[in-house]
Write a protein that binds this ligand. Sequence first.
Ligand SMILES: Cc1ncc(COP(=O)(O)O)c(C=O)c1O
Length: 416
Amino acid sequence: MAAQPDACKALDPHVLRHDFPIFQRTVHGKPLIYLDNAATTQRPQAVINAIIEYYQRYNANVHRAVHTLSHEASVAYEGAHKKAAKFVNARSWREIIFTRNATEAINLVAYAWGLHNLQPGDEVLVTIMEHHSNLVPWQMLRELKKIELKFLDVTDQGRLKLDDLPKLITRRTKLVGMIYASNVLGTINPVREIIAEAQRVGAITVVDAAQAAPHIPIDVQALGCDFLAVSGHKMLGPTGVGFLYGRRELLEAMHPFLHGGDMISTVTTESVTFNELPWKFEAGTPNIAGGIGLGAAIDYLLALGVENVYAHEQKLLAYALEKLSQIDDLEIYGPKDTHDRLAVISFNLKGVHPHDVAGILDEAGIAVRSGHHCAQPLMRRLGMENTARASFYIYNSEDDVDALVDALKTVRKLFA
Ligand SMILES: Cc1ncc(COP(=O)(O)O)c(C=O)c1O
């Protein structure tokens, strides 16, 4: 992805950090170096302000009243759907359903589409790289609907074995689920090619874009996917809100997911008709403040340019891979090059448990994650149980990489 030099200059992490109040604090007396962005990102003041403004100035329920506050809240909440539609280039904002997170978005597909459309003997194909949120829902359907669940393998370097696809996708394949970018290895998968293969047999496609959406431009029309799941909190938005993009014809034909208020059009004691999209799938009072906050996060990212975010992270990734490779006994997992790879770096220091690594880094004010990263089948496949993981975002700079490398050298000495 080519960077726009001028716009790139604008993405200066030292400047952007001032938009994020959390960087005013210290951790163990040290400036905070936040490298746990694959778990959740920090929020800029603009997002915090949007949430405060809703509660302070126009707090009301949406869709149900004619009074001014409700009207303003409804316009803002609907506006956030429009921003999300623009963010992923959906044809219509009605194809955007707000959920609690990516996990709920994928479950929506499993319950509202899978439960009603899959038959015993049908096949669902996912990759071995999936986060549990795009795996366990299909395991649930394997139990309930007696479908077969198949897996596309990875190479030892952490790339999908695309050559296996033709034999894995059969006439019985009804759904293909795929992680767009790995939260463990950073690999960005060729989802467009996988979707094209799935379409050959008329299978439905579900893309887990929880890691991809914060870092690379998403275009659901170019991808041709049927569903795509996003988490707001991984892209500067608040927790408790994400969204599902769904192709309109499919959403129109599908049963609702949750049932109750807001998702209906008329109800009698005998019958019910459902609301128009997307409200048919947003039962009950939604996370209004969260949705509005997510809208503000999207404004922020679009103003930066997601392609510039990626360009910035590519530079950081190259720098980090080079610097980390100089540390003795440090094993890095995933692709060794920066091509189609996010700045998500899982690693292990020989002989040191990743929780110990993360604990010592915390003493230095550096936040990294350690564990199985909710991708146990992938970890098992690659012969590892736990790793430490440093994941970077717009406010991280080469200084943060240097601090990480210095701290890891200290860990190495402590455990020598
Ligand atoms: C690739 C991927 N998919 C899905 C999820 C689930 O996101 P959430 O917990 O916000 O539903 C995550 C979270 O780490 C992830 O990394």
